[in-house]
Write a protein that binds this ligand. Structure first.
Ligand SMILES: [Mg+2]
Length: 114
């Protein structure tokens, strides 16, 4: 990971690519997708600990293995960016388009309420 680069989404996506290559992650798109779903589930588990619904532990006796929501959000973003790399999707462009869609939805919502 290059620490001198500005951490734009584009740079982070490249860092994820480099990291995945270092670890020889060459999973299929489907396995990468399953990994993303697993990370989302880990976020849910961490939130149950944060909310006091479960206790942290080794996983035995229903104790939670994943306890840090921030760590799991990082895993979700990392895994999402890796899946985007595998699909040759530029996430900076995707996010720009996503904001445009949400701006359009907000505009329609405001127009319908006037
Ligand atoms: Mg995780």
């Amino acid at each position: 990971m290059d620490e001198t680069k500005q951490k734009t989404l584009k740079n982070l996506q490249k860092d994820v690519k480099d990291c995945a290559e270092s670890f020889n992650f060459d999973w299929s798109n489907y396995v990468q997708y399953i990994h993303l779903v697993e990370e989302v589930a880990e976020l849910g588990e961490a939130l149950t600990v944060e909310q006091g619904d479960r206790k942290a532990g080794s996983g035995e006796q229903a104790l939670a293995d994943h306890t840090d929501p921030k760590e799991e959000l990082g895993d979700i973003l990392f895994t999402t960016l890796q899946l985007a790399n595998q699909l040759n999707v530029n996430m900076e462009e995707v996010m720009r388009e996503t904001f445009e869609r949400y701006d359009g939805k907000l505009k329609k919502l405001k127009e319908s309420s006037t």
